[in-house]
Design a protein around this ligand. Structure first.
Ligand code: ADP
Length: 490
């Protein structure tokens, strides 16, 4: 592995590609040796065998597909440079097979990876040690792989199982791309509640979601690569690389105010669990997370990761035909929020968008799409910083709106308002004379006339301004925001 800055001459002419977050994570784990015996991305046969039976073509157990999707243009190269999202080259892929995913038809490249430099992106990367950088210790090592903070129950179970095995402990916080720093801080924050000498090594391993058994198999594999002898998990799964230790059920004993195995608690002293839904409600309302449930350091991280709705970032996206009333209602909403106080408000509409954000863009389909994406990007940043972004582009295409929703939702909350004023009414208003021009063929691809408007089926609110006064329309949106908890009632 080389650490110098430049790309070697021999690689300078190779095409580059930035894999998505999951693929980058897989690549990091392959290169770190965590995914041994894998040396790169899988081909079609291995992938089919893994999906069908959890084994590579040569019979080696392997739980999940590790694949790389690329655009078709990249499939006629022998080698490509894979880079991180900032464009830093990380590895070279030696292409041995190009194939199409049978369900999505997306092109895939398979072959071994050669590291150019260690990945250095992402918070806490100094904790992300490779197995060969970790001191091997003596005796049993109990690993727990978790995408959630360790609360008092998990801490108690972990200590009990570790004690029973006489094992040291390794915690592998699983990074998924959302609130990773928070998870790592929450685990570091309970260090003193963990057995002495516990190691904490974050691993980029988003849950595969649909296959929990395979997740356990993969976690066992990763844990074994780090030298673990046991994996703490909620159930045993056939064929794990190391044995699974299943903790006995624990509960909170309200009588003596400690967590302990249920078997040792008088039945009427067992306190009901705090469900994830209830926990979410407490955080949304800004109420304290009870100390019996989780240590204060974890509670503080939970509140940072999911702030009370009243101070959580939010984007309200108005979508609808030209002249439907988006700007009018958006402006009214912005004013109303500023008048109420308690929130910083940014209106992304009209002049500020045309003169700055989208200067130079035309009304072509591609440019209008770019406009919506730029607005979405800025709105997502405003949302990440706890502000309220109010946007009013036409946003006629469902796919682009979905993209904005994704960007914003990763940072906070998203509310979609469909201003569904009928076309006839918009055209009758024709405030800017645009419909007349469009009808005359002077504006090509005009939404509603010569270009489609894809009405949303995921709107949180639909307004028809031909049946509402502007004030009433604003009031409807405000009501929605108050009911949802984002804005305080008057
Ligand atoms: P858009 O931003 O969707 O292109 P605008 O808000 O710029 O639409 O224009 C909508 C026009 O419709 C304005 O002239 C506005 O005064 C008028 N209008 C009439 N009734 C309403 C209503 N209930 N809500 C919003 N606008 C209305």
């Amino acid at each position: 592995m080389t650490a110098e800055a430049g790309l070697p001459d021999t690689l300078r002419d190779l095409p580059t590609w930035t894999p998505d977050a999951r693929e980058l994570a897989d690549m990091e784990l392959v290169l770190a040796g965590v995914y041994r015996p894998l040396t790169g991305f899988l081909g079609s046969f291995d992938t089919a065998m893994v999906i069908a039976g959890g084994r590579l073509a040569d019979g080696t157990p392997w739980p999940v597909p590790v694949t790389l999707a690329v655009p078709k243009e990249l499939t006629d190269h022998e080698r490509i440079v894979l880079q991180d999202p900032e464009g830093v080259p990380l590895a070279v892929l030696q292409v041995v097979e190009r194939w199409q995913d049978p369900t999505t038809n997306a092109w895939q490249l398979a072959g071994p990876l050669e590291a150019l430099r260690a990945p250095a992106h992402g918070p806490f990367h100094r904790l992300r040690r490779r197995p060969d950088e970790v001191e091997p210790g003596a005796g049993p090592l109990l690993a727990v792989a978790t995408g959630d903070p360790l609360h008092r129950k998990q801490l108690g179970q972990l200590r009990q199982v570790a004690e029973g095995l006489g094992a040291r402990v390794l915690v592998l916080p699983l990074l998924s791309g959302a609130h990773d720093e928070s998870l790592v801080r929450a685990v570091l924050g309970v260090r003193k509640e963990l057995p002495e000498g516990t190691q904490i090594i974050p691993v980029p391993l988003p849950a595969r979601g649909d296959a929990p058994d395979r997740d356990i198999l993969l976690h066992a594999h990763v844990a074994a690569a780090y030298g673990a002898t046991h994996l703490l998990a909620e159930r045993e799964v056939e064929g794990t690389a190391i044995p699974v230790a299943v903790p006995e059920p624990w509960a909170y004993d309200a009588d003596v105010e400690v967590w302990r195995p249920v078997a040792r608690i008088e039945p009427d002293h067992v306190q009901a669990e705090l469900t994830p839904e209830r926990l979410g409600e407490l955080l949304d309302a800004g109420e304290p997370v009870p100390d019996w449930f989780t240590p204060p350091a974890v509670a503080a991280e939970l509140a940072l990761a999911r702030p009370p709705k009243r101070s959580r970032g939010i984007t309200v996206l108005f979508t609808g035909l030209s002249g439907s009333g988006k700007s009018t209602v958006a402006r009214g909403l912005a004013d109303a929020l500023v008048e109420r106080g308690g929130r910083t408000v940014t209106l992304l509409d009209g002049d500020v968008v045309r003169r700055l954000l989208s200067a130079g863009l035309t009304f072509s389909r591609a440019d209008r799409d770019a406009n919506v994406r730029r607005i979405g990007f800025v709105a997502a940043e405003i949302t990440r910083h706890g502000g309220a972004a109010i946007c009013a582009p036409i946003a006629p295409y469902a796919a682009t709106r979905a993209e904005v929703r994704r960007m914003v939702s990763a940072a906070g909350d998203f509310v979609l308002v469909h201003v569904a004023t009928p076309l006839e009414e918009c055209e009758r208003r024709d405030r800017k004379g645009l419909y007349a021009k469009a009808r005359a063929g002077l504006i090509p691809e005009f939404t509603g006339i010569s270009d489609p408007y894809e009405a949303p089926d995921d709107a949180d609110l639909t307004l028809d301004t031909s049946r509402l006064t502007p004030d009433d329309a604003v009031a409807r949106v405000l009501d929605l925001l108050v009911e949802g908890g984002w804005v305080r009632p008057e």
